[in-house]
Write a protein that binds this ligand. Structure first.
Ligand SMILES: Cc1cc2nc3c(=O)[nH]c(=O)nc-3n(C[C@H](O)[C@H](O)[C@H](O)COP(=O)(O)OP(=O)(O)OC[C@H]3O[C@@H](n4cnc5c(N)ncnc54)[C@H](O)[C@@H]3O)c2cc1C
Length: 401
């Protein structure tokens, strides 16, 4: 029988996991990525679970000790810098680029096509065709939509459904060891550190230095603050008065906004956390969205990763969910002898409820962060227990059934 062919749209972690796992299952694959150059480094740390490294091994990538670093526990700081809550919670964090880069390097260049922006898909009983902005087309038996939060494929299949702005932004940044006083290194590079201004959350997460030697540590902070859509549009307007919509490239953020964030950090945050805001070379503004697809399978098309669901960062699961979606799809194809229709039904049944659960979990943690009517101690303990523990919480919920 002729080998079947999968068109993968999006060459980030979700697309690459899918492409590797489908290749291993005997499919021909072609990855089509809109970005012309590599995706490089998003400068962000990610939470991991052993399943992520298992998916990498299954994709043929050795999980070397450079992929992650261990975290010892969680520390909550009051505004005066004193410890107000502590939890022993061991874990492993990584960096987005530490996962993406080996996946990309292991994918032959001939199968990874950059500068290929999908514009449209068409499908029939016999196959699926992808059309690209440069006028070219590609044909396959299956199309894997791994084109992220603003998925072109999903917009075509589910018109009228769009990611929902959560009314919250994250000010983020990476802090390299040289920018932080040495006496703060153990606290910040070995622990998740939380701060709780009213209705907000400041969080610092250890991560491997993206381009550093194995084991070299830094941290990245994320400060979640409320902003309605009008406020977000104002934040995304540059010094020339040009409005950039609901996001803005970091170098165009107005200097007075950065100065304001640093001032707020000095008054609202523990000095140890304020030092991170001041020690960051480039502060990034990220609006927080969530999105839930009611359906992940459409004929010969499967939505995976952020194209399928976007949960708020509080569940710290974006990369892991993309990997597990790709595994589920590969497993479903294997179990059905590559009967695309039956496999996609199986994939949908496996992953849709999980994605919906994850989005809801993210909303719940977001509501707890923003709540002003919860007793402060309870808010602090709940957020520190539940932040980034979504997978564990679900495992416990399943075990309790
Ligand atoms: C700035 C930022 C910070 C993040 N921080 C974290 C974090 O701390 N922890 C965490 O777990 N997750 C984080 N995430 C989310 C995480 O990166 C994603 O969940 C993860 O990358 C899985 O995504 P994906 O491959 O499904 O989609 P994405 O990584 O969004 O990739 C989608 C890909 O599709 C491409 N694409 C889009 N449209 C088209 C088109 N029409 N044609 C062809 N290609 C297209 C894009 O260029 C992109 O490469 C972050 C995401 C961003 C953007």
């Amino acid at each position: 029988m002729a080998r079947q062919r999968a068109l993968v749209i999006g060459g980030s972690v979700g697309g690459l996991f899918a492409a590797h796992l489908l290749r291993k299952a005997g499919w021909d694959v072609a990855v089509h990525e809109r970005a012309a150059a590599g995706l490089g480094d998003r400068g962000t740390g990610i939470g991991t679970r052993p399943e992520l490294f298992a998916a990498m091994r299954r994709a043929g990538i050795a999980a070397t000790n450079g992929l992650g670093i261990d975290v010892l526990g969680r520390v909550g700081l009051g505004p005066d810098g004193s410890v107000i809550h502590e939890r022993t919670a061991r874990g492993v964090t990584s960096a987005w680029s530490r996962i993406w880069r080996p996946l990309r390097e292991a994918m032959p260049d001939a199968l990874y096509h950059g500068d290929k922006a999908l514009t449209r898909i068409e499908q029939s009983a016999d196959g699926v065709t992808a059309s690209f902005a440069d006028g070219s087309c590609a044909e396959g038996d299956l199309l894997v939509a791994a084109d992220g939060l603003h998925s072109t494929v999903r917009a075509q299949l589910l018109p009228g459904l769009a990611p929902r702005y959560a009314g919250m932004v994250a000010w983020r940044g990476v802090v390299e060891p040289g920018s932080l006083a040495p006496e703060l290194h153990t606290l910040m590079f070995r622990h998740m550190v939380f701060g709780f201004p009213a209705g907000e959350l400041m969080l610092s997460i250890p991560m491997p230095v993206p381009q550093g030697a194995p084991g070299e540590r830094c941290c990245h902070f994320v400060w979640f603050r409320a902003a309605d859509e009008n406020a977000l549009r104002a934040l995304c307007t540059d010094t020339s008065g040009k409005a950039h919509g609901l996001s803005i490239p970091p170098p165009l953020i107005r200097p007075e906004l950065i100065a304001g964030i640093k001032r707020d950090a000095a008054t609202l945050l523990a000095p140890q956390l304020a030092a991170l805001v001041n020690g960051t070379a480039q502060i990034i503004l990220q609006p927080i969205f969530d999105f839930e697809s009611p359906q992940l399978a459409f004929g010969r098309v499967a939505l995976i990763g952020d194209a399928a669901f976007v949960a708020r960062p509080h569940v710290a699961s974006g990369v892991m969910k993309a990997a597990l979606d790709a595994e589920s799809l590969a497993d479903a194809l294997a179990a059905t002898g590559s009967d695309v229709d039956a496999a996609l039904r199986r994939y949908n049944a496996d992953r849709q409820p999980y994605g919906a659960w994850l989005v809801e979990r993210g909303r719940h943690i977001g509501a707890t962060i923003a709540a002003r009517d919860i007793e402060p101690r309870q808010r602090i303990e709940t957020v520190m227990r539940e932040y980034g523990a979504a997978g564990l919480v679900r495992d416990e919920a399943m075990a309790a059934r």
